[in-house]
Design a protein around this ligand. Sequence first.
Ligand SMILES: [Zn+2]
Length: 81
Amino acid sequence: MGSRYGALSVDTPTWTEVSRGAPCPLCEATTGCSILENREFVRCLNLVSQWPVLAGGWLHPLPAPAIDQSLLAGPELAVTA
Ligand SMILES: [Zn+2]
């Protein structure tokens, strides 16, 4: 039936520190913040989120460009847990 391969391969993700050529997409810093190699998450040192990182900063999910606008325009405040 379904393949369960690659379900959770959370080894050690590679974080790339931001630079002048690739600044933080959240706070536009050119140093300090980091972007996950698959660009799914950003660890920002300046923008607070609900996911603090032990090493410093906060984790932010980075929406893919294709769904960026729909997420930003979505009724985010209506979502309650
Ligand atoms: Zn940042």
